[in-house]
Write a protein that binds this ligand. Structure first.
Ligand code: ADP
Ligand code: MN
Ligand code: MN
Ligand code: MN
Length: 347
């Protein structure tokens, strides 16, 4: 018997959340393919996606991978949510990205890489914080090692191993600036034949979030993707999004294409801010390695800019740009769609 965890995004506002339910299949043998996982339905009236009198929504499997958190024959089946007539549900942001990729994907071959920051909580405090009080000021925690500056490593390592075993494009991890805050990256790793398109990377990113929540259940620790989990002199949490097109990655166009993309991003600043997650103004203050939400700035190696050109890209003359604005709770599908639409549609 095989177990399949059907994962989808609900209709919660302002931030969609993950849901899943499990189905048992009796496949002949070996590794199944996507079409082994049939459509399924769920009660949309319990997820903000339908009314009680017309409650069935459809789960359409679109991507699957191993679920290494269980011993064997267990799969994560990521689904798009469809209406009963087969059209994409209005909460289905993936369908919009699919459309943009159909329009621009072949010509521009975009790659995307996400740096997902998150905060672990035990009860009401970030993990490692004293129960009634504060840790030492920020400084020693970023990429720290040792019990006095790091908290939650076991969980993080378990997550990394799980993503690798599931075949996700996990690029790396690090402890973040605030104690209890961590980051993992999903994106291009320079491995040939790896798919790095926005649709695939966004799928991987949602499944990596799913694994993190699932692992946290075992530890009795909560995962928060809040943009500003702690007010005061503490860093917020973001989802820096790295982006390149075929031209940006070539020596001939390289930086010229990147600079042109930055112009398109500047012209569409407000539109991007609206899609970059709830409570973003609490994080994009101009402090704590951010640019104010009201300004647009770009710069080489500048961590106070909206768009940073990595030093390596500037030195080589080609590569990618980093959009530092998306919040930790933003939706990779929405962020990718904005980038593809603004950059590829404009050039
Ligand atoms: P930072 O220095 O901002 O902390 P990280 O090392 O955390 O950067 O993350 C770098 C990210 O850039 C990774 O997600 C990686 O996959 C992504 N990346 C690398 N090359 C490209 C590229 N050509 N196009 C898009 N993203 C890329
Ligand atoms: Mn990073
Ligand atoms: Mn970071
Ligand atoms: Mn970054």
């Amino acid at each position: 018997m095989h177990l399949a965890d059907y994962v989808w995004l609900d209709g919660a506002t302002p931030t969609q959340e993950l849901r899943y339910k499990t189905r048992i299949f009796d496949f002949e043998s070996g590794t199944p393919s996507l079409d082994h996982f049939s459509e399924w339905s769920f009660d949309g009236s319990s997820t903000n996606q339908a009314t009680g009198d017309n409650s069935d929504c459809i789960l359409q499997p679109v991507f699957f991978c191993k679920n290494p958190l269980h011993k064997q024959n267990r799969w994560v089946v990521l689904c798009e949510v469809l209406n009963s007539d087969g059209t994409p549900h209005q909460s289905n942001q993936r369908a919009l990205l699919r459309k943009s990729m159909k329009d621009f994907g072949a010509k521009h071959e975009p790659y995307v890489g996400f740096e997902q920051e998150y905060t672990l909580f035990y009860k009401d405090s970030p993990l490692g914080w004293p129960e009634n009080g504060y840790p030492a000021p920020q400084g020693p925690f970023y990429c720290g090692v040792g019990a006095s500056v790091v908290s939650g490593r076991d969980l993080v390592e378990e997550h990394t191993a799980c993503c690798i075993e599931a075949g996700l494009n996990i690029y790396g991890t690090n402890a973040e600036v605030m104690l209890g805050q961590w980051e993992f990256q999903i994106g291009p790793r320079g491995v040939s034949d790896e798919k790095c398109d926005p649709l695939t990377m966004s799928d991987h990113s949602w499944i990596a979030r799913f694994f993190l929540h699932a692992i946290s259940e075992k530890h009795g620790v909560k995962v928060s993707f809040s943009n500003k989990p702690m007010f005061g002199d503490w860093n917020g949490a973001g989802m820096h999004t790295n982006f390149s097109t075929k031209e940006m990655r070539t020596q001939e166009k390289g930086l010229a294409a990147i600079n042109e993309a930055v112009k398109h991003l500047e012209n569409n600043h407000r539109k991007h801010i609206e899609g970059y997650g709830y409570g973003l103004s609490d994080r994009l203050t101009g402090l704590h390695e951010t640019c104010s939400i009201n300004d647009f700035k770009s710069g080489v190696s500048d961590r106070g800019a909206s768009i940073r050109i990595p030093l390596s890209t500037s030195k080589k003359g080609f590569g990618y740009l980093e959009d530092r604005r998306p919040g930790a709770n933003s939706d990779p599908y929405v962020v990718s769609n904005l980038l593809v639409s603004s950059i590829c549609a404009g050039s």
